[in-house]
Ligand binder design. Structure first.
Ligand SMILES: CCCCCCCC/C=C\C/C=C/C(=O)SCCNC(=O)CCNC(=O)[C@H](O)C(C)(C)COP(=O)(O)OP(=O)(O)OC[C@H]1O[C@@H](n2cnc3c(N)ncnc32)[C@H](O)[C@@H]1OP(=O)(O)O
Length: 673
């Protein structure tokens, strides 16, 4: 229903009342129609304010009524009558104005919102179109491109963005209804001619065709990705193991070895999937911390997901002996081969002979770890992404000797944990991190050549990544990559002259290593590629020190900075990553482009509406990718990864077939070998 009362002498105040979000149920719509009629017919009322009770304007159509017989007044004429009113109607928006709620506000002559409110047309997420005038009024108010974006993505925008877009007339930090009532008094008697959105004409657009083409591309990418996500479940390996012929083993009790950040997240994910978990940590202090952290992570997860967790589903232990009776172990100790070797040797002795032994390594050799055990066929990688209980992606890494049942079991367990599990072969960095390495290297090279972290990040964020490469590196910690480069013998900053920027005959940038030597590890130290207000601070600010450091570095190495545009940033960073993806397909590390795309969308923030890196290559055109890679390779001949991969060239030679036919080209080639 809706409550009606007169306030401040001449303002009719209509309050929507339908807990919890004042959705537009039949009785609310009836209440609005009756109240508007009353306000317009009352001589004493000169203007009207519409608001919602309990700090929420309106969550849209009442979803609880969907599928039931339609009753009560329909939305479209109701909103039309509000717009046609001859007294100003002001929407006072608090909390949310979503779907039909925003459409109602668009029918009002003015919109005033609290700064914390969220607005949007999320109908698309329910398989609907905004059917109460949203598709007509919003483009007339803010233009076709911005409206199309909100309608097709369903995203919620903040009051600040809505003000900037022109959806709102005013944003306040104060009591929104009070502000709206004052405002309504101030516009009493003013002409409403320019306030009825449906009478606005749509701003003409010269590039309407390209705009719709772009929207169609997005739709194609999203549809492709819908199927890609499902295709990864139908996994296969080069040795012939397949999803439909491999029998997973039952896993009821699992263990996690090492309770650092990753181990804790994995413990939570396993417990949330309903397994009994033995959580092992040999360092007493770390074990004590984990015993506190894990239950509160579980509690937060239960509140978010409305689930209940048996508190005694996790037992903690300081010794590996505690895992003697488990069905599966996930090792998550420090990323150090010698340490992991020891753990696998111990596990092989302690565990039942048929226990599956998994490693959460992000790059180390799964075959080597398998060789430390008595049953190498029962060893696979389960590469989680941080935070492990939240991130959707799981790379299941099969080794040379992993049995089909071992792969099937890890894949099925991933699914049970709510992950998108992708089976990949064993190589340095597997699929995701191997491609990421090329992307990071190019970003470093761009800095050497004259770019700034801000320029590179802006280009990537405008492309659709939630964070550019430098902000992302600051968040994950620069010391992580530094440790790997040191272990690989790359991070040697004592080298001078030309050898400082070359390793094993290839171009190398020591910029990341130098930053770490200055103690700049990213957000956690308050300094990295950006500066933060404090260690652990989250807001990245441009850092004059860093720019100075880059200037000095370039001068020291005789590098003359040049102007680099966003297109070059995107092509250098993304095409080299894509090229590595083709190499991975060629080597059979991933079975198909869908696997790589799922890895990138779910694990690395690749924008879903661009379908993933391999789909993007198909969209851009494979010839163009080859042409640009060749051009950059000519300019930088000592960067080997800019040379187009054999598979990419072969696909172009085969007339650039669409992405769903690439597997055939790969298969034909493999059958000829
Ligand atoms: C076959 C179908 C044919 C249908 C034909 C329909 C024609 C329609 C005509 C006109 C077009 C208009 C369409 C629409 O408006 S569609 C609805 C669009 N709105 C949304 O999608 C909003 C969904 N809600 C949210 O995003 C959030 O709930 C929130 C931001 C409003 C609040 O978030 P939060 O504070 O986190 O709370 P919860 O999400 O936990 O929700 C609390 C509570 O409220 C219930 N609820 C939320 N929205 C609605 C709603 N629109 N209708 C009914 N109930 C809603 C939610 O279920 C929770 O309930 P609880 O679990 O019982 O606590």
């Amino acid at each position: 229903m809706a409550q009606y009362r007169r306030v401040s002498g001449s303002v009719g105040l209509i309050t929507l009342q339908n807990p919890p979000v004042n959705a537009l149920s039949a009785s609310v719509r009836q209440g609005i129609v009756d109240s508007v009629k009353r306000a317009l017919g009352d001589q004493k009322v000169k203007s009207v304010v519409i608001c919602g009770q309990n700090g929420v304007f309106c969550g849209g159509a009442d979803i609880r009524e969907f599928g039931r017989q339609m009753s009560g007044p329909p939305l479209v004429p109701m909103i039309h009558d509000i717009e046609a009113a001859n007294k100003p109607v002001v929407a006072a928006i608090e909390g949310s104005a979503l779907g039909g709620g925003l459409e109602l506000a668009l029918g009002c002559h003015y919109r005033i919102s609290h700064s914390k409110a969220k607005l949007g047309l999320p109908e698309v997420t329910l398989g609907l179109l905004p059917a109460a005038g949203g598709t007509q009024r919003l483009p007339r108010l803010i233009g076709v491109p911005a409206a199309l974006n909100l309608i097709t993505t369903g995203r919620h925008v903040t009051a600040a963005e809505a003000l900037q877009l022109g959806i709102l007339d005013h944003v306040t930090e104060h009591n929104t209804v009070d502000v709206a009532v004052k405002f309504a008094l101030s516009v009493t008697g003013e002409s409403l001619d320019g306030r009825r959105i449906s009478s606005f004409s749509c701003a003409p657009l010269s590039d309407l065709d390209s705009l719709f083409e772009e929207a169609m591309l997005k739709a194609r990418a999203l549809q492709y990705f819908f199927f890609a996500q499902r295709a990864v479940g139908r996994w296969s390996t080069p040795s012939g193991a397949r999803w439909d012929t491999s029998q997973p083993r039952p896993v009821r009790k699992a263990a996690v070895i090492g309770l650092g950040t990753m181990g804790r997240g994995i413990t939570v994910a396993l417990a949330q999937a309903g397994l009994s978990v033995v959580a092992v940590e040999t360092h007493a202090k770390q074990l004590m911390e984990a015993k506190k952290a894990v239950p509160s992570m579980l509690k937060r997860g239960a509140v978010r997901g409305g689930t209940t967790i048996e508190p005694d589903s996790i037992t903690y232990s300081e010794t590996v002996q505690a895992v003697a009776d488990v069905d599966l172990v996930i090792e998550a100790v420090f990323e150090d081969m010698a340490l992991k070797e020891k753990v696998f040797q111990q596990l092989s002795i302690v565990c039942k002979p048929d226990t599956l032994l998994c490693t959460n390594t992000s790059s180390l050799d799964v075959d080597h770890l398998a060789s430390q055990t008595r049953h190498p066929e029962l060893v696979v990688g389960m590469h989680f992404f941080a935070p492990a209980h939240v991130m959707k992606l799981l790379e299941v890494v099969y080794g040379r000797r992993s049995s089909p049942a071992a792969v099937a079991t890890a894949m099925q367990l991933g699914k049970k944990m709510g992950k998108v599990s992708v089976a990949v072969g064993n190589c340095r960095g597997f699929a995701g991190n191997r491609m990421l390495k090329r992307y990071l290297e190019q970003a470093f090279f761009l800095l050497e050549e004259g770019a700034t972290p801000e320029l590179v990040d802006r280009a990537l964020e405008e492309f659709g990544f939630p964070m550019g490469v430098f902000r992302m590196s600051d968040l994950s910690g620069l010391d992580v990559g530094w440790r790997v480069r040191k272990a690989d013998g790359l991070a040697d900053t004592s080298l001078t002259g030309t050898s400082a920027r070359v390793r094993q005959g290839c171009r190398y940038s020591p910029l990341g290593d130098l930053l770490c030597e200055h103690g700049r590890f990213g957000q956690k130290t308050g300094r990295g590629w950006y500066q933060y207000d404090k260690p652990g601070g989250r807001v990245a600010k441009s850092d004059p020190w860093l720019h100075n450091f880059l200037d000095e570095y370039r001068a020291r190495h005789g590098l003359v900075p040049r102007c680099i545009d966003q297109q070059e940033v995107l092509e250098r960073c993304l095409f080299v990553l894509i090229n590595e993806g083709f190499q991975i397909l060629e080597e059979g590390i991933a079975a198909g482009p869908e696997d790589i795309d799922a890895i990138y969308v779910f694990g690395y923030g690749w924008p879903r509406h661009r379908g993933g890196p391999m789909f993007y290559a198909d969209m851009v055109g494979l010839e163009r990718v080859v042409e640009r890679l060749e051009r950059y390779h000519q300019a930088h001949p000592n960067v080997p990864y800019l040379q187009p991969s054999g598979l990419l060239r072969r696909l172009v030679a085969n007339g650039s077939p669409p992405i769903h036919k690439w597997r055939n080209v790969i298969k034909n080639r493999n059958s000829q070998l």
